[in-house]
Ligand binder design. Structure first.
Ligand code: PEP
Length: 248
């Protein structure tokens, strides 16, 4: 049986306490029926407490956008996975391409962050994806295979780890790979997961992310080996986000 889909909203560095309240209220209103998909929002760190409070009894989970590998100590400006768990998070995104680019995060760093998430009983959403240059050079499958091998810890299980395929050139651009191209990459990821984790590899959720909108969500979410989406821009408005949840 296919795993339960997950639709995760990555708010990135957007929002205020007031807009967080308003967006959660709008999501609550949109969620008139229980969804088949598990739904998650990932606000920026300073808004997590506000979101946790607003989400009380709403049936939407809370996640963060990053964590440090260490459980505490002299890491100015960083946040430990344990602190996120304490705030009510159940997920944390690690290795988003914006962090890999802006903060030079390597697969080794991403793997350590995923391990930290597991140590704190959080599920890690491990992001990977090729750049446009890599795609044009026909290196997509090699790149995502290398990132998957390097970023997933040994202790990864379908319960504590979600993999998000996000082509870097599709994030925030309005461009997406076609359905065949998405299928090829997700199939490759699935095969590699099964190779490494045996039968459990079939149960890891594989999200697609990169310019998912209400008008392309049904076509993408119905693809084999696509078990939900990681949604950026469209997660900032309930009227865009909820139709994507319903597409699952
Ligand atoms: C993202 O940031 O993870 C993302 C997929 O962004 P967008 O949906 O805006 O392309």
């Amino acid at each position: 049986m296919a795993p339960r889909p997950l639709v995760a909203g990555n708010w990135k560095m957007n929002g205020s306490r007031q807009s967080t309240r308003a967006l959660v209220a709008a999501l609550k209103e949109a969620a008139t029926q229980p969804s088949r998909a598990e739904v998650l929002i990932c606000p920026p760190t300073p808004l997590l407490a506000e979101a946790a409070d607003a989400l009380e009894g709403v049936g939407i989970e809370l996640g963060a956008q990053d964590c440090h590998a260490a459980a505490g100590g002299a890491h100015t400006g960083d946040v430990a996975a344990e602190m996120l768990a304490d705030l009510g998070c159940s997920y944390v995104i690690v290795g988003h391409s914006e962090r890999r680019t802006d903060h030079g995060e390597s697969d080794t760093v991403v793997r350590a962050k995923a391990e930290a998430a597991h140590r704190a009983d959080l599920s890690a959403i491990v992001c990977l994806g090729e750049t446009e240059v890599e795609r044009d050079a026909d290196e997509t499958l090699a790149v995502v295979g290398r990132q998957l091998a390097g970023s997933l810890p040994e202790g990864a299980t379908p319960e504590n780890t979600v993999v998000a395929y996000e082509p870097v050139w599709a994030i925030g651009t309005g461009r997406t790979p076609n359905e065949g191209e998405i299928s090829v990459v997700h199939r490759e990821l699935r095969d590699r997961l099964v190779e490494r984790f045996g039968d459990a590899g079939r149960d890891f959720r594989l999200l697609y992310g990169g310019s998912v909108k209400p008008d392309n969500a049904v076509a993408i979410m119905k693809l084999r080996n696509v078990d939900g989406g990681l949604i950026g821009g469209a997660s900032l408005k309930a009227e865009d986000f909820w139709p994507i949840v319903e597409a699952c």
